[in-house]
Design a protein around this ligand. Structure first.
Ligand SMILES: [Cu+2]
Length: 266
């Protein structure tokens, strides 16, 4: 049975395997514990014991202690240590390594109630942001400073478009409150926190459209805070970038409407 959404990321297989292994292990531990409880109840019911005689309690034999307490405890401790080590390796893959030198750079900004994606443009440098200049209806939802030369080629989009097969470095920020950046199809989830910059590294592999959600209740419009990731071929990605370069600051950015959030839109 596979109830997980289709995986489109390179590291996703490891996450899915770990999740299934965790669930299987917990299921069989639960079954084993229930069998032990029933057996203990049956055995204690069958055995007729004489009334306890007052006096010092006899020390249990070491062998009984070994098999009923110490070994199960050590086995479960070992199991949990293995789970932590395996999951930390997967965590480190997307969070604790420097991004590849040729990684596609995209900045993700969570705002009540939309996600915006900024590409640094040809110069590879994100332009300056000035909070006083934030004006979403006028097409500047992030407050890009038009006097900064690095801002002029920045591309801001309500859709995250990425090329398949290339490493990506996402720079996560929030403009107002804490938002939860979540792409189920890429097995990625990380909070965007005001005043902090977070990073996520991954490689999208399978072209397609993937929902992006917010997983922190960030206000009344939280439920409609949805966007889309479009994974395209590298040539389609270059075309998409080229079509937007040059007029990044003059193109109004429509907020993603609730109904059409999952539909295909250029
Ligand atoms: Cu949110």
């Amino acid at each position: 049975m596979n109830w997980l959404p289709p995986n489109g990321a390179l590291h996703g297989i490891g996450f899915d395997d770990l999740l299934r292994w965790n669930l299987d292990t917990i299921f069989w531990l639960f079954v084993a514990s229930q069998i032990l409880i029933v057996l203990a109840l049956l055995l204690s019911g069958l055995r007729r014991r004489p009334a306890p005689v007052p006096g010092p309690v006899r020390a249990r034999s070491f062998v009984a202690f070994l098999f009923t307490s110490l070994l199960p405890l050590l086995a479960i401790t070992g199991l949990y240590i293995a789970m932590v080590v395996t999951s930390h390796h997967l965590w480190a893959v997307s969070r604790e390594q420097a991004s590849a030198r040729h990684a596609v750079q995209v900045e993700v900004t969570g705002v009540q109630f939309a996600w915006y994606f900024r590409y640094p443009g040809r110069d590879g440098i994100y332009g300056r942001l000035v909070p006083d200049l934030i004006n979403a209806p006028a097409g500047n939802p992030l407050g890009l400073d038009p006097t900064d030369p690095h801002s002029r080629d920045d591309i801001v989009s309500p859709v995250l478009v990425l090329p398949a097969g290339r490493p990506v470095d996402l720079r996560l920020r929030a403009q107002d409150v804490i938002h939860g950046f979540f792409i189920p199809g890429m097995r990625l989830k990380q909070d965007a926190i005001p005043g902090m910059i977070g990073h996520l590294q991954f490689t999208p592999e399978v072209p397609g459209v993937y929902p992006i959600l917010c997983t922190q209740v960030c206000g009344l419009g939280h439920a409609r805070m949805q966007a889309r990731l479009r994974v395209v071929t590298p040539s389609e990605f270059q075309q998409w970038l080229a079509a937007r370069e040059g007029f990044a600051l003059s193109t109004p950015i429509a907020e993603v409407p609730a109904q059409s959030a999952m539909e295909e839109r250029p």
